[in-house]
Design a protein. Structure first.
Lengths: 214, 349
């Protein structure tokens, strides 16, 4: 009897708490969940239909070069959009088969990034050091064989992004990874970056450093 | 106790058996819990019904509104839509709606009626064509006017230009409905056919080129709940909060790579990296927040942030909540304080 009552109460609770999500990710997905640094983060969109972006990511003009408009596809790297990225987060990152990579400098990553992303600044891949490349590839799931070559069989899929259309960091990282041997079919490029992510009102995370010293 | 408890039907249903429940205290307790549960269930059922019906009717209303709006604005060529929108409500509701529209802006509606009549004369159909019943026509016309007015204004007064536009549209639609009724009538000469055809094509063209202002059309599904909406959608996470999480582990592994001097040197030597760092530092300032304390006003906050109280507009404009309700800042409210443009320029140079 008690169980029955509890079941009904929880049902009622669920019915009441189910928010009326007006702005969904897709027609059938109101939001998804992802873990970021061990914290559950709900990726949803801002529900205020009158909301507009303010100064963050609304700057229109940066010097070009170096901050130029990229092509839709670069060097045959697969370009993806928001829905593909959300799908990647849901199916690859969540199941630990893929990694969402923020290619910007660590400072920018701390300020604001896409939930579930880890920071691999493009500078890492531009360093000419076998040792660093080895440890990076090892972290990404590749095996370093005795002859110095890599076995990428268990290497994770990567979805690389940076600040936005004007930002070259992600291209630099993706290109660098492939140049150093990372398989092309395991690298995806989210071209529109954080700018488009923000423009759609999607959830972002701020990473607070472990110890803040001033 | 256990037996009786299991045999619920006996307790409630059978009146022939004497009720044994009264005897023991335990059974009484059971009855009370039963009653409480029933009451709770009843309340839940009520809630569910309210929830479902509210949702259903709420949607229905807004759909209606949207139908009319879209019929009027985005699909003006499809005259059947508008006819439907105009014809479906019963004659009572039409009158009511006219009343409502008149109340909201009596001037504009009467003005609108005049304009429609004028427009009608200009796009007059040949008298040969069989006319629809005058009463019906009048009703249709009125309802169309009311609909157009209510859909397009959203309570605001109309400028004469807008009125003319709407009147033109309504007149065209009415003319169209006339031609449609004539289409269905059996007696038609070939001359009439040609006339109707030419009329229809002409109207389609004008409607196509009509630049309809959609800015006044309400979004039927605006979030109107009083609950505060999160307009930042930002989650603060402490780095390496969950040490055993695989992603966090990987992150710290890569961090240790980053700490090597080679990577740091590379970062310093790159011109591109330098520029990115500038961007980051300006973003750090850009994203500043101020938490409102007791005694703060927008101008005092502006003085704190920019050194001059007159810069309060910057804070005002950067906070969507304030723009909605500028008279309310409250203690503990988080306000975004955008960076000085001059500072960004300095950084750029």
């Amino acid at each position: 009897m008690k169980k029955l009552a509890i079941a009904f109460l929880t049902l009622a609770g669920v019915l009441y708490s189910s928010e009326n999500v007006l702005v969904k990710l897709t027609e059938d997905t109101p939001y998804i969940n992802i873990k970021d640094n061990g914290v559950n983060v709900k990726i949803s969109r801002i529900q205020d239909t009158a909301n507009r972006l303010n100064d963050d990511f609304t700057r229109t003009s940066r010097l070009c070069p170096p901050h130029c408009i990229p092509k839709i596809q670069i060097d045959g790297i697969k370009t993806i959009g928001e829905l593909e990225l959300i799908d990647f987060i849901k199916n690859k990152v969540y199941k630990k088969k893929g990694i969402l990579v923020d290619a910007r400098l660590k400072g920018a990553y701390r300020l604001e990034t896409i939930p579930g992303a880890i920071s691999i600044p493009f500078t890492v891949i531009q360093v000419d050091s076998k040792k660093i490349t080895n440890s990076l590839f090892k972290a990404l799931g590749a095996k370093v064989q005795s002859d110095g070559s890599y076995d990428f069989a268990n290497a994770k899929e990567l979805a690389v992004f940076c600040s936005g259309l004007w930002c070259e960091s992600s291209v630099k990282l993706a290109k660098g990874l492939i140049e150093k041997g990372y398989p092309k079919d395991k690298v995806l490029w989210y071209r529109d970056g954080l700018q488009a992510w923000k423009l759609l009102g999607l959830t972002t995370v701020v990473h607070k450093a472990k110890e803040v010293k001033k | 106790m256990a037996d009786k408890g299991n045999n619920l039907d006996d307790l409630i249903g059978s009146s022939s058996q004497p009720i044994i429940v009264q005897e023991s205290g335990g059974d009484k307790k059971f009855l009370y819990t039963l009653i409480i549960i029933l009451v709770v269930l009843f309340i839940i059922a009520l809630g569910v019904i309210a929830f479902i019906s509210g949702k259903y009717f709420g949607n229905k209303d807004s759909n209606n509104e949207q139908d009319i709006a879209t019929a009027k604005v985005s699909k003006p060529i499809n005259s059947t839509n508008i006819q439907k929108a105009a014809a479906t409500p019963a004659s009572k509701t039409i009158k009511e709606e006219i009343e409502v529209a008149k109340n909201s802006n009596s001037n504009s509606v009467s003005e609108l009626e005049k304009l429609v009549q004028e427009q009608e004369q200009t796009t007059k159909v040949e008298p040969k064509i069989a006319k629809p019943k005058p009463v019906e026509k009048k009703q249709k016309e009125q309802s169309a006017i009311a609909k157009a007015a209510s859909a397009a204004t959203g309570g605001k007064a109309l400028s004469s230009e807008e009125l003319a536009k709407i009147a033109q549209l309504v007149a065209q639609e009415l003319a169209k409905s006339k031609t449609q009724t004539t289409n269905t009538s059996s007696t038609q000469s070939s001359k009439d056919d040609a006339l109707i055809a030419s009329l229809q094509s002409a109207q389609t063209d004008t409607l196509k080129t009509q630049n309809v202002d959609t800015s006044n059309v309400k979004d039927s599904k605006v979030n109107t709940s009083s609950k505060k909406v999160d307009t930042f959608n930002k989650v603060v996470v402490k780095e390496q909060a969950g040490g055993d999480d695989e992603i966090a582990k990987l992150s710290s592994e890569i961090d240790s790579i980053l700490q090597s001097s080679e990577v740091a040197d590379k970062e310093k030597s790159l011109k591109y990296g330098k520029e990115l760092k500038q961007e980051i530092s300006s973003r750090e300032r850009e994203m500043r927040f101020i938490v409102v304390r007791q005694g703060d006003t927008l101008s005092s906050l502006a003085y704190k942030a920019y050194g001059r109280a007159s810069a309060y507009k910057k804070i005002y404009q950067a906070n969507p909540d304030l723009v909605k309700n500028p008279n309310r800042i409250y203690i503990g409210m988080k306000l975004r304080v955008p960076v000085d443009q001059e500072y960004i320029k300095q950084q750029g140079n």
